[in-house]
Design a protein around this ligand. Structure first.
Ligand code: ADP
Length: 220
């Protein structure tokens, strides 16, 4: 059974970008619940369409739906090589369910990384963020108004990145997701990485933090 990493952090911390890079480099399956939901909405999946209103308001989708989605992905054969979870767990109930699923899969300990970024910086980043309407890739804010560098699709603001919704998402994060950090904090495989640095620096620190956590040794 391969490595299992949980990428924690507030909206806008850059955890999705880091999760994607880390998964590619280590040959792991990235499971991003936000991407799965947005994809399902695009396909017209009825459960996702119901969830959409909550997503657009910056609220969380219910635990039962999210746990079922993640359980299903974790049982896929390509998850055996190891996984990086991005956007899950977001509540303590989801974290408990994840522990249960990992036990059922006979997986090793979860490595939990918190990508920490101060709130003012998050608001600034999220309000400027653009994603490709076609492939969902995050674009550099400096490129806003131009085409997606990956597929040529149109760059748009994500429905939940408007100022009011961003503030709501940050509130929801403080209320529902911060307690998940407390749930994990005492584990020897929990590490914090400073996300308010250039992406390459965050990447290097994150790699080191995961390896240190795996050795169960000192260092961040
Ligand atoms: P962010 O960029 O804020 O990390 P995501 O792309 O991970 O956002 O998720 C977008 C939205 O999808 C969330 O605001 C929420 O409505 C829903 N969502 C994603 N993952 C979860 C989850 N684990 N539990 C509940 N809702 C979720």
């Amino acid at each position: 059974m391969g490595l299992s990493v949980v990428m924690m952090g507030p909206p806008g911390a850059g955890k999705g970008t880091q999760a994607g890079r880390f998964a590619r480099e280590r040959g792991l399956l990235k499971i991003s619940t936000g991407d799965i939901l947005r994809e399902a909405v695009k396909e017209g999946n009825p459960v996702a369409l119901e969830a959409r209103a909550r997503m657009d308001r910056g609220e969380l989708v219910d635990d039962a739906t999210m746990i079922a989605i993640v359980r299903q992905r974790l049982l896929r054969p390509d998850a055996v090589c190891g996984v990086v979870l991005d956007g899950f767990p977001r509540t303590v109930a989801q974290a408990r369910a994840l522990d249960q699923i990992m036990q059922e899969r006979n997986a090793g300990p979860l490595v939990v990384i918190d990508v920490a970024v101060p709130e003012g910086e998050l608001v600034r980043r999220l309000s400027g963020r653009r994603i490709c309407s076609n492939c969902g890739t995050n674009a550099d804010p400096a490129n806003a108004g131009t085409a997606c560098p990956k597929c040529g699709g149109e760059l748009v603001q994500r429905a939940d990145d408007s100022q009011a919704v961003v503030l709501e998402r940050l509130k929801v994060y403080q209320r529902a997701t911060r307690p998940v950090l407390e749930y994990y904090r005492q584990r020897p495989t929990f590490r914090i990485v400073d996300g308010a640095q250039p992406a390459e620096v965050v990447a290097r620190e994150l790699d080191r933090a995961v390896d240190a956590a795996l050795r169960g040794g000192v260092g961040s």
